[in-house]
Ligand binder design. Structure first.
Ligand code: NAP
Ligand code: GCO
Length: 262
């Protein structure tokens, strides 16, 4: 097979969760450009409609469904509906996620649980729902969107870091359990990316904004576009012998202690 074909997603059905906008949208758009049929979900009709319109504006006919990924029954209904209306899911990107930035001693346990529910329990639920058909089909790709916080702590994001650290280990476990069925499960660990989720941190002059730019060897915030090449690679035949790996796309943050003071 020629090398370009190895990166093709022609004929594949890709479900990207929470992909009306942000990182999920960019990944889904790149999958469509690589030939995949795009399916996405979001938690309400408004967002699904917004997403479908956004894909249409890019010339992509995407299939959008309402589904809260933390609701196991609804996830199984979603997967059954997709299999009936679109086709068996070949590629799953567990992208949907939330963050709550609160010091641990001030964080309510219910808020901690909510972050764990969306960022860790939901990827487990959705992966569990798609695996049986992938096993039957004899191949599958699961990509979990991890984080710098899969490796590092930082004040105020205890729940998020616990979830993303767990998501890294869930990624390895799915690889261990299902690699023999030609299913590859890998993670992408984005650095600091300019999306609505980080908007509060990117306010001009915000100390965190300067901190991140200073700490990143690339000396800039990432964009969702920075993630699409690695995402296509991990969804394609080109990565069939890559399993249980978290590919950090972070401009070099994890490689360094940070710039020494002048
Ligand atoms: P975002 O802009 O906040 O988008 C998150 C998406 O997930 C939204 O579409 C959101 O829909 C959806 N979502 C949230 N809870 C959901 C649920 N229960 N069921 C279904 N959909 C749900 O975030 P982002 O920056 O694009 O991040 C996407 C993923 O990348 C997340 O897992 C995040 O943790 C991870 N990540 C982000 C960065 C970064 O710097 N931005 C870096 C590393 C990792 P609603 O709008 O309806 O809530
Ligand atoms: C934060 C940020 C980060 C990024 C991302 C880094 O508050 O530290 O939101 O968590 O979203 O996860 O990889």
């Amino acid at each position: 097979m020629n090398i370009i074909k190895k990166f093709s997603l022609e004929g594949k059905v890709a479900l990207v969760t929470g992909a009306s906008y942000g990182i999920g949208f960019a990944i889904a758009k790149s999958y469509a450009e690589a030939g995949a049929t795009i399916v996405f979900n979001d938690i309400n009709q408004d967002l699904v409609d917004k997403g479908i319109k956004a894909y249409e504006e890019e010339g992509i006919k995407a299939f959008g469904y309402i589904c809260d990924v933390t609701d196991e029954d609804k996830v199984y209904e979603l997967v059954a509906k997709i299999e009936k209306e679109v086709g068996v899911i070949d590629i799953l990107v567990n992208n949907a996620g939330i963050i709550k930035r609160v010091a641990m001693i001030d964080m309510k346990a219910e808020d901690f649980r909510k972050v764990i529910d969306v960022d860790l329990n939901a990827p487990f639920i959705v992966a569990k729902a798609v695996l049986p058909s992938m096993i039957k089909k004899g191949h599958g790709k699961i990509i979990n969107i991890c984080s710098m916080m899969s490796e590092l702590g930082r004040e105020t994001v205890s729940a998020y870091a616990a979830a993303k650290g767990g998501l890294k280990m869930l990624t390895k476990n799915i690889a261990a359990e299902y690699g023999e069925y030609n299913i590859q499960c890998n993670g992408i660990g984005p650095g600091y990316i300019a999306t609505p989720q980080t908007a509060p941190l990117r306010v001009e002059g915000h100390p965190f904004n300067n901190f991140i730019i200073g700490k990143t060897p690339a000396a800039r915030w990432g964009t969702p576009e920075d993630l699409v090449g690695p995402a296509v690679f991990l969804a394609s035949d080109a990565s069939d012998f890559v399993n249980g790996h978290v590919l950090y796309v972070d401009g070099g943050i994890l490689a360094t202690l940070g710039k020494q003071p002048e």
